[in-house]
Write a protein that binds this ligand. Sequence first.
Ligand SMILES: NC(=O)C1=CN([C@@H]2O[C@H](COP(=O)(O)OP(=O)(O)OC[C@H]3O[C@@H](n4cnc5c(N)ncnc54)[C@H](O)[C@@H]3O)[C@@H](O)[C@H]2O)C=CC1
Ligand SMILES: N[C@@H](CC=O)C(=O)O
Ligand code: NA
Length: 425
Amino acid sequence: MRVALVGLGTVGTGVIRLLDANRELIARRAGRPIEVRAVNARDRSRDRGVDIARFDWADDMMELARRDDIDVVVELIGGSDGPALALARAVLSAGKPLVTANKAMLAHHGLSLAKLAEQSGIPLKYEAAVAGGIPVIKGLREGAAANEISSVYGILNGTCNYILTTMEREGRDFNEVLKEAQELGYAEADPSFDADGIDAAHKLSILASLAFGTQIDFGAVDIGGIRSVSAADIREAAALGYRIRLVGVAENRADGLFQRVHAVLVPMHHPLASVEGSLNAVLAEGNFVGSLFFSGRGAGEGPTASAVVADLIDIARDEYGDPFAMQVEQLAKRPKANSGDTIGRVYLRFLVQDKPGVLAEIAAAMRDAGVSIESVIQRGAHEDGAVLLVVVTHDTAERAIRETLDQLAGSDNLIAEPVVMPILG
Ligand SMILES: NC(=O)C1=CN([C@@H]2O[C@H](COP(=O)(O)OP(=O)(O)OC[C@H]3O[C@@H](n4cnc5c(N)ncnc54)[C@H](O)[C@@H]3O)[C@@H](O)[C@H]2O)C=CC1
Ligand SMILES: N[C@@H](CC=O)C(=O)O
Ligand code: NA
């Protein structure tokens, strides 16, 4: 099977290395050899540590869609629109199979691309796009296909998980650890997609569609990131028996689809608490299978290449079906659920003035909103006479937390925006 690779960065070079290293095994498993025939990237001469001189260099990536000597195109450029989308459309319209790791493109255009694939009766495969090397697309699309799935959630961004767990273990600074994650090849070209939760939201919207049989609705994901999580939050959470993780949650609720990415407190005994570094994990609840837990490396060269090549092997074996497990027209359109109804315990961290009446003001705002307090921790002088105040609530509706914060907005006693993190489980 003759492959064209477009994009020769972390993932593209990983695919070349993997196909070189496991050539014989892959040929036996795929039933035929899989070989890279042509490549294209922005820079032809960059030293990538792999020999690309043995492949045809395509000056124009779009020609790859039309070439008779190419059976499959692999898009590893990235970006939701621009050249990646133009290439994907051209490849599928030409009736050629496409493999992509591009979750941004799928979150925005997955359904129209799946329609093109359907029309041509050819595969659109994207295992690498969600949770890197973990076969979660295959797991949900095939393994759990018999189930009604009510929720799917987990750690979907390796960069954020690497940052949070390194900050936790080594007490190091956010920016320094982010730089390291970039050097390790985990981060997106624009790392704010990682830190601000957008990448995890892309993946969550794809997972939700696959799990629930609904249309991808990236615009309906509530998105938060990890920039506001401080070393103090990590310490306070640990003292309370929790770890902080960026988690994406999707639930198929009676009133609609709930999709959210946010930093949460995870109890130490919860399976997500032991997910460290660039590992990802996904949990799903099926009505017959029960709980499923998938874990493995969510980012980086090797794991991502592993998922891309698994897709190529499926195509070589002629094993594929509808990209989102059913025909696009069968996917239901659901409204966004009302998140105000979400019930749970919440961690609130305030940085306040060290003066009488501050605690009373916060407690009054909570009382007025009907929020019941489980515990309060006040840590002496923090910085410049400020005091750190951590409040953990009993089960409470999210709208009551919003009311509390609205009431406190603009208070002279608050030195910084309060940090709010739900407590999982
Ligand atoms: N790095 C990772 O751990 C993972 C990455 N992904 C996805 O895989 C894709 C590739 O990611 P990386 O390899 O990390 O990115 P990268 O930035 O290392 O490589 C991107 C490659 O695309 C090429 N490129 C960019 N714009 C181009 C253009 N206009 N024309 C031709 N070539 C162009 C660059 O020259 C480079 O070779 C992205 O969609 C990313 O979101 C998915 C899972 C994990
Ligand atoms: N930037 C992403 C790469 C994999 O999808 C991440 O950190 O998870
Ligand atoms: Na995957």
